[in-house]
Design a protein around this ligand. Structure first.
Ligand SMILES: [Zn+2]
Length: 502
């Protein structure tokens, strides 16, 4: 018996159409672009591809590596970037045929300048090569924008089930396992997609505890124990694109039972709608957060600057928090971070121990504020490379570029040359900043701090700052996404929940 040949590909980014920056190949290369056999070096990391490779090895299937590319979130991909990655994957797919199955690890909320549904577009192109009958499974982020085209062209879509995303590896395993069972003829997946028009920030989207996603996730895991149900995915759509048909909902994959898939997907989408108010978040002015933080004994107290989240596609160049803390005269130890390549270079030129005076901030996307003049002492310098502890980049290296720690009074400002995804405190730690020493820490992620700082933080306050990844989508100007949608529309009379079946 010859081994099953399983093609493996991945082009993964969460894009942000409200960011002024554009994503090019250099941003992908700053994380990874592995062609052909180079993809195999992801074995042993936390990435989906590593889980896929492990299942192929266990099941005696032959992994056929095509392309794996991952980038931090950012503005939409340039057409040149998307075309290069897509054509590379397709050329390797053509050369790899015949295959017995194909698995693609994608995000679901990627956007290119002229292609608003790259995952659907890629599946269309793949089908033209592999034909209608080859089993194709796609894994997705929990924040995917799933389109009817994706449902029609894939045999199964399987998403992360945890937020924070500490289950990327096991998502790869689940996707690969479902693909191999399909190839072997042991199951015949059909799926249904149902969505409701909810577009909310991610701050209350954790899948543990008592939030809306936690309830939906538990229901999904229970459903997967029921006969005939192969996989259940719940999506809280990434809110920082402006596309028609965005919303939250679910995909239910059954073993050749389309009615069961449709019924359960629709019921889950209905529960999303019932729980919609719980996605709304409480936030504070910086002054209010500092006042409340000072009433908390000890530290660290987190100031969650979610509007400038590199992991959501913002450039990370905001100094709104820095400016406010300086204006408030905060004299407790505080750790902040900013992407500003010119400022980082200036610190590097001056050298450790030297004093510099410079303008910092809003160097990549000036639409959101004014640079802040600062004087400080350069404490540390680095080339900016660091290893991720976990999450969807876990076990892989990334680079902030030339980076410095600038001491401005009691504030230590980490100045980086390029944005990187925030998982834990890797960026601070790589420059010797011990987060236990800080009273206040500015974190630029809506969610991952809940995991990274769970044993450390004394309190966390989401602050109301400007930027392209705000806690409240009311701050954004949607044009393509059709009304009505929550929270711009609190109630939608006679809401229908359409279902797309594969
Ligand atoms: Zn996500």
């Amino acid at each position: 018996m010859t081994a099953m040949r399983i093609g493996i590909g991945s082009i993964f980014q969460e894009s942000n159409q409200f960011a002024a920056t554009q994503t090019d190949l250099a941003l992908f290369r700053n994380s990874y672009v592995h062609e052909g056999d180079a993809l195999l070096q992801l074995a042993g990391t936390d990435c989906e591809v590593a889980g896929i490779l492990a299942v192929c090895a266990e099941e005696g299937a032959q992994a056929v590596p095509l392309l794996a590319a991952r980038s931090v979130s950012g503005g939409a991909l340039s057409d040149a970037c998307y075309t290069e990655l897509k054509e590379t994957l397709l050329a390797r797919l053509r050369a790899a045929m015949p295959l017995d199955g194909l698995i693609l690890a994608m995000h679901g909320s990627m956007v290119a300048a002229s292609q608003l549904d790259p995952e659907g577009d890629l599946l269309d192109a793949v089908r033209r090569i592999v034909g209608p009958d080859l089993p194709v499974v796609m894994t997705l982020d929990l924040h995917a924008h799933v389109t009817p085209r994706m449902v029609r062209q894939a045999n199964a879509l399987v998403s992360f089930t945890h937020y924070p995303h500490d289950d990327t590896y096991t998502t790869g395993e689940r996707g690969a396992s479902l693909l191999l069972r399909t190839v072997q003829g042991r199951v015949k997946p059909v799926m249904a997609l149902a969505k409701v028009p909810i577009i909310c920030g991610a701050c209350n989207g954790q899948t543990f505890g008592d939030g809306p996603m936690a309830h939906l996730t538990r229901r999904a895991r229970h459903l997967e124990t029921q006969p005939g149900i192969l996989s259940v995915s719940c999506f809280q759509v990434h809110p920082y694109n402006d596309l028609p048909g965005m919303g939250c909902g679910s995909i239910v994959v059954t073993d050749n039972d389309p009615a069961l898939a449709a019924n359960e997907a629709q019921a889950l989408a209905a529960e999303f709608w019932e729980r919609r108010q719980a996605f709304e978040v409480e936030h504070f002015t910086v002054a209010e957060a500092v006042t409340r933080g000072r009433q908390v004994e000890g530290g660290p107290v987190l100031l969650v600057d979610t509007a400038d989240c590199a992991g959501g596609g913002a450039p990370g160049d905001s100094v709104a928090l820095l400016g406010e803390l300086l204006a408030l005269g905060v004299d407790e130890p505080a750790f902040l971070m900013v992407v500003d390549p010119a400022a980082a270079q200036a610190c590097a030129r001056a050298g450790i121990g030297q004093t510099v005076s410079l303008q910092v901030g809003y160097s990549l996307d000036p639409a959101w504020g004014q640079p802040v003049p600062v004087s400080g002492t350069v404490r540390r310098l680095s080339d900016g490379s660091f290893l991720y502890d976990g999450g969807l980049f876990g076990g892989t290296w990334a680079s902030m570029g030339i980076s410095a720690v600038l001491q401005i009074g009691s504030i230590q400002l980490l100045v980086m040359s390029q944005p990187t995804y925030d998982w834990g405190d890797e960026q601070f730690r790589s420059l010797g900043m011990d987060v236990r020493q800080a009273k206040f820490i500015g974190v630029k992620n809506p969610m991952n701090y809940r995991r990274a700082y769970r044993d450390l933080m004394k309190a966390a306050f989401i602050v109301d700052t400007p930027g392209p990844t705000p806690a409240h989508v009311r701050n954004l100007n949607f044009k393509r996404m059709q009304r009505p949608f929550f929270p711009l529309d609190e109630e939608i009379p006679d809401l229908e929940i359409p279902v797309v079946v594969s």
